[in-house]
Ligand binder design. Structure first.
Ligand code: MG
Length: 323
């Protein structure tokens, strides 16, 4: 197996003024961090977590490797908060996935209530357990999962990165098969869109993970967009070489426009998209695109312009002939 396509999208949502989520979409490493804290502290915490994870190298392997990265991220956020009183108490969630193509596994490291899912044969399985108040109340039978979904305290987390000098990380490995789609998201998606709808949106995009990521964000916003929403998707392809799977393994084509899939939303929300090249392509030079929503009318305008030039030319020719 190998990593097929991958895409990451983050959006401020419809209620928040700033986006304090961060994500990594750099095969074989994928992650989402959802920062919290006053002023810009949440943004700083999520950014520090992402920066620490990005230091993963070829030596970083398996659940223990991901756990070590997250422990290091915790240390850096904690120390920064000690140095800078303005950021005291800041923290972040983190959910990271590191693909080991040779082993056919994905290592997951997790703290907080961002989530990792695996979609296999149409069934969406939540791989992580939320470190949240409501998850604990469901676990102990006090709340039903349905009550938890609407509980006023549903965004209260019981474990975070950077709020204590040390952190307990959930780290484990799951198997991956060709055809699997992995999703990492912040609670801005999972609190707005239930698992069934997430599965149907991803399936509806027919293995185009960039389109699926945009559609998930659009769905969260259509359901209220109460929080920053971040989605990272990647799929698992068979080993290439024969044409049948080759098609699915092509790098993501240039997306027409954010606005085209965003349920008619044309507001200027900060909306960041990254579509890295596939794993085996050189990833240093401009691998991830950063783009803000451009109108879908660009191509139409160009065609109209060319038609107008042609019409003027024909008119000039006609004028020349009759005179
Ligand atoms: Mg959130």
């Amino acid at each position: 197996m190998r990593i097929g396509r991958a895409a990451g999208v983050t959006d401020t949502g419809r209620r928040r003024l700033r986006n304090e989520d961060a994500f990594i979409c750099e095969p074989p490493l994928f992650a989402v961090a959802d920062g919290m804290g006053g002023a810009r502290a949440g943004e700083i915490a999520a950014g520090l977590a992402a920066a620490a994870l990005e230091e993963a190298d070829a030596e970083t392997r398996g659940a223990r490797g991901v756990e070590a990265l997250i422990v290091e991220a915790n240390r850096r956020i904690w120390e920064r908060a000690l140095e800078d009183p303005a950021t005291a108490g800041m923290g972040t969630t983190v959910t990271a996935a590191l693909v080991d193509a040779a082993a056919g596994t994905v290592a997951i490291g997790h703290v907080g209530d961002s989530r990792a899912y695996r979609l296999r044969n149409g069934v969406l399985e939540q791989l992580t357990t939320d470190h949240s108040l409501v998850a604990e109340l469901v676990e102990s039978g006090i709340l039903t999962p349905e009550e938890a979904e609407h509980h006023p305290q549903r965004s209260a987390i019981t474990r975070a990165l950077g709020t204590e000098p040390s952190v307990e990380v959930d780290a484990f490995t799951v198997d991956a098969r060709p055809g699997d789609v992995f999703l990492i998201c912040s609670d801005g998606l999972s609190a707005m869109v239930d698992d069934k709808e997430v599965a149907s949106v991803v399936e509806g995009a027919e293995r185009d993970v960039a389109r699926a990521a945009e559609a998930l964000v659009a769905t969260a916003n259509a359901h209220g967009g109460e929080d920053n929403v971040t989605v990272v998707l990647f799929d698992i392809a068979a080993e290439s070489s024969d044409g049948a799977v080759g098609a699915a393994a092509q790098p993501v084509a240039e997306e027409p426009a954010v606005a085209e899939t965003a349920t008619g939303d044309t507001t200027a929300d900060p909306h960041v998209v990254a579509e890295p090249e596939q794993e085996d392509a050189p990833s240093e030079a401009g691998a991830s695109l950063r783009r803000h929503g451009a109108g879908p009318g660009g191509r139409l305008a160009a065609i109209l312009f060319i038609l107008a030039v042609l019409a003027l030319g024909a008119l000039a020719l006609y004028w020349g002939v009759v005179h």
